[in-house]
Ligand binder design. Structure first.
Ligand code: ADP
Length: 413
């Protein structure tokens, strides 16, 4: 009899999974895709009341979507990966945890947020199941219940089975997204070589011909033309620099970790870039005295990140101000670097594209469209992240988060 119920239960649930998975749209954003996966997981587990999906984002373990919980609170649920509950259970496919709140110390921000989220309820049971991309764990599904002491065995089997299926879907989606990106990058690469690099080269040829074909040019006139040639040659050189950095990034996987002084590095970058800023732009830096200055990271990569983001703020701001604020989040042990400008801004619908290689909103200013792609790639390697907010005509704010020390995280992951 028991076997019959089990069979029926699985058949029904399976059918439900198949129907719901049909709804998945492969081109959906990560969040949309994960929300659907979570809805399906909650629907098929009878005891489930609420749930969330957590992903390992570099050094952080972040709640990406939540169902049955306050969305704004979910956004704040983030802990350093090496302090997260599951970092000690990475090899376990499924864990059941009673009152996960007990695990968080009442001092931490996460405890306070969790407490609000669970509306003072202490009695809670959570089933945590791994999500994988091929063989590596990339996150977890959390399923919560407030009315049972433990999930039923069938539910556990169900969630294990569902997570395996969801992992296959996730792996396929990640593969599809990266293949799409590769095809696009290759075609942009070719058009970059044939258009962008050719433009300054054509100017140089044109200027050289002017000098050669006009014997009666005065010395001053020749000097002016040579200045223009130099400008185009420098522009071409900068484009080639970007492309060579970008190519190297795709090959080099090793980090060169060392202890640095973040404040010193920031001021070095600023003194190098300052001459490129418009004289009508005020540059303000706020590095509070009561936060740490030591960081353990790869200097070349962090330097490239700062040069590209602050350099862009200077390039795309002709008047107003650039405010650079450094903060330190003690609960995640991350530095937060905010670069806010009052420049041209970026149209809302283009914000998702600016980190793609070769993408440029307009060609008014010189550039390769590789700067932010390099920033993103470097931050992935340094276990950091970047966010952007912008208003067209008003300005742009980039927020970079970077771990104070990545060696412990690199060892663990
Ligand atoms: P580029 O070499 O063109 O500057 P990036 O990859 O650095 O390339 O940036 C991509 C695009 O994002 C730029 O072409 C520009 O349109 C936009 N952008 C980046 N930073 C800013 C900023 N601070 N203000 C306005 N637009 C920006």
């Amino acid at each position: 009899m028991q076997k019959e119920i089990e069979k029926e239960f699985f058949m029904e649930t399976f059918q439900e999974m198949v129907d719901l998975l049909q709804e998945i749209n492969w081109d959906e954003s990560e969040k949309g895709f994960l929300t659907k996966l979570l809805k399906i997981a909650i629907k098929i587990i009878p005891e489930a009341e609420c749930g969330s999906i957590w992903l390992i984002r570099g050094a952080l373990y972040e709640a990406i979507v939540g169902i049955g919980y306050d969305e704004d609170l979910i956004k704040e649920m983030v802990v350093p990966f090496n302090e997260s509950y599951v970092s000690n259970h990475m090899d376990t496919d499924l864990i059941e945890v009673q009152n996960i709140l007990d695990y968080n110390s009442p001092e931490t921000d996460l405890y306070k947020i969790s407490k609000k989220l669970h509306k003072e309820t202490n009695q809670m049971v959570t089933l945590i199941s791994a999500l994988k991309n091929k063989d590596s764990v990339i996150g977890h599904i959390y399923i919560d219940s407030f009315h049972v002491d433990s999930f039923d065995d069938n539910s556990k089997k169900m969630l294990r089975m569902f997570s395996n299926l969801a992992s296959i879907f996730l792996t396929l989606k990640i593969l599809r997204d990266s293949e799409k990106e590769t095809v696009e990058t290759n075609s942009n690469y070719l058009s970059f070589i044939s258009h962008e690099l050719r433009t300054p080269l054509t100017s140089i040829i044109g200027f050289a011909e002017t000098i050669l074909n006009n014997e009666d040019l005065k010395e001053e006139e020749i000097k002016n033309i040579v200045k223009k040639m130099l400008f185009s040659a420098k522009h071409m050189n900068a484009l080639l620099d970007d492309i060579s950095t970008f190519n190297k990034l795709n090959r080099e996987k090793r980090l060169n970790l060392e202890k640095l002084n973040l404040k010193k590095l920031l001021y070095e970058v600023l003194s190098m870039l300052e001459p490129t800023a418009s004289p009508d732009v005020e540059i303000n830096v706020n590095f509070p005295v009561d936060i740490p200055v030591d960081i353990e990271t790869d200097e070349t990569k962090l330097n490239q990140i700062l040069v590209n983001v602050i350099g862009n703020a200077m390039k795309y701001t002709t008047e107003g101000s650039i405010d650079i604020r450094i903060g330190y989040e003690s609960h995640t042990k991350h530095f937060v670097i905010e670069v806010k400008d009052t420049g041209s801004g970026i149209p809302e619908d283009k914000l998702k594209d600016i980190f793609r290689p070769f993408f440029r909103v307009s060609k008014d200013k010189p550039g390769s469209g590789l700067g932010l792609a390099i920033v993103k790639k470097n931050l992935e390697m340094l276990k950091g992240s970047i966010d952007v907010k912008s208003k067209l005509g008003k300005g742009t704010t980039f927020v970079i988060k970077i771990p104070q020390s990545i060696s412990s995280i690199v060892d663990k992951c």
